[in-house]
Ligand binder design. Structure first.
Ligand code: SF4
Length: 341
């Protein structure tokens, strides 16, 4: 295995040094920058993260400043990036770290901290402290199943990660684990694409068994998630300069403390047929395809006493944290609403 380890690691590391993308968390790297980037990059594309990362570093340049910040301010800086529990956990993590005498180093030490799972702990311990822990995410699964021509059908991505972690650790470059981890992820992100991988540019093409037997497109074999379709009716109500919004309680996890236009059920109203229809919008979250229908409710009875409903001043919309899609849609919805009045 040592031989195979070198055979893959060496060309991969050379390629990485020459081709790595110039990303802000890679220039003058610090543990704080790595942690923030790893949190932001979970389920999110690099291009989406870039402006958020820059803004975050300006607002919260260190664990200490983040730990001392107000949660609302932190949530606001995350607005639009989705999966808001990451922002809350990042702040909780900063508070923990701020109270420690020394910064944790090993994967085991990181793993017990808020918001940190096996992938993030391995990324931080290897990139920041040169610990020998292999990272395994979707990109690494793709690269490994192709290089090793793995035919197993995984029931989902998490099972693939679990099964491939020992192999990833066997192949890990012991001398430069952080760079190796970044290199294999970079290869998955920029060369070994899901569709049409750029094998011609690949530094481990010679070692890639799926390339040799021309079965690249069939790896990895992961059972596709069933697409779930959902429909949601939402109600917009305006009162002078205010709009009625729902502040999601903590049990909403991913969207806790984030404001949204309330659903029909949240307003306690019934007859949607009597309300003017405004527009329909679609969004996707993972395997869910959600269609949202927006209706205008011209207040006959005050529904703001319903749980978690609040009248929010329109000029405060820039201050509170709205869910990404609602942030995008709210002003055109208010406009079409006002034309109904
Ligand atoms: S040769 Fe192609 S399939 Fe194999 S690792 Fe490289 S890019 Fe991926």
């Amino acid at each position: 295995m040592k031989y195979l380890q070198l055979e893959i690691a060496e060309p991969l590391l050379i390629w990485y040094q020459r081709n790595k993308r110039d990303l802000p968390w890679r220039s003058n790297p610090t543990c704080y920058k790595t942690v923030v980037s790893e949190f932001m990059l979970q389920q999110t594309r690099v291009e989406t993260v870039l402006p958020y990362f820059k803004n975050w570093l300006t607002k919260f340049p260190s664990f200490k400043i983040l730990a001392e910040s107000d949660e609302n301010e932190v949530m606001k800086a995350w607005e639009g990036l989705g999966y808001y529990s990451r922002a809350r956990n990042l702040r909780k993590l900063a508070i923990k770290i701020n109270n420690l005498e020394t910064i944790p180093k090993t994967q085991k030490e990181w793993l017990v901290l808020p918001g940190i799972g096996p992938y993030t702990s391995a990324a931080i311990s290897s990139i920041c402290f040169n610990e020998k822990d292999a990272v395994v995410d979707g990109n690494v699964v793709r690269v490994l199943t192709r290089i090793k021509n793995i035919e197993t059908e995984f029931k989902d991505g998490s099972q693939a990660v679990k099964i491939l972690t020992p192999l990833a650790n066997e192949l890990l470059c012991e001398k430069y684990p952080g760079d190796y981890n970044q290199a294999i992820m970079e290869l998955g992100a920029t060369v070994c694409h899901k569709q049409k991988p750029l094998c011609i540019l690949c530094p481990v093409q010679k070692q890639c068994e799926s390339f040799k037997n021309q079965s690249v497109d069939q790896k990895p074999k992961i059972k596709p998630k069933k697409i779930v379709k959902k429909e949601v009716n939402r109600v917009i109500s305006l009162k002078k300069d205010r709009i009625l919004l729902h502040k999601n309680p903590t049990e909403y996890k991913r969207l806790a403390n984030v404001y949204e236009i309330p659903t029909l059920e949240q307003t306690g109203l019934k007859n949607i047929e009597t309300m003017p229809f405004l527009l329909k919008n679609k969004r996707s979250i993972s395997n869910e395809r959600i269609t949202e229908f927006f209706y205008y409710y011209k207040e006959e009875k005050d529904v703001s006493s319903q749980e978690n409903l609040h009248w929010v001043q329109k000029h405060d919309l820039g201050r509170i944290t709205l869910s990404g899609p609602h942030k995008k849609w709210i002003f055109s919805l208010i406009e079409s609403c006002e034309s109904c009045i």
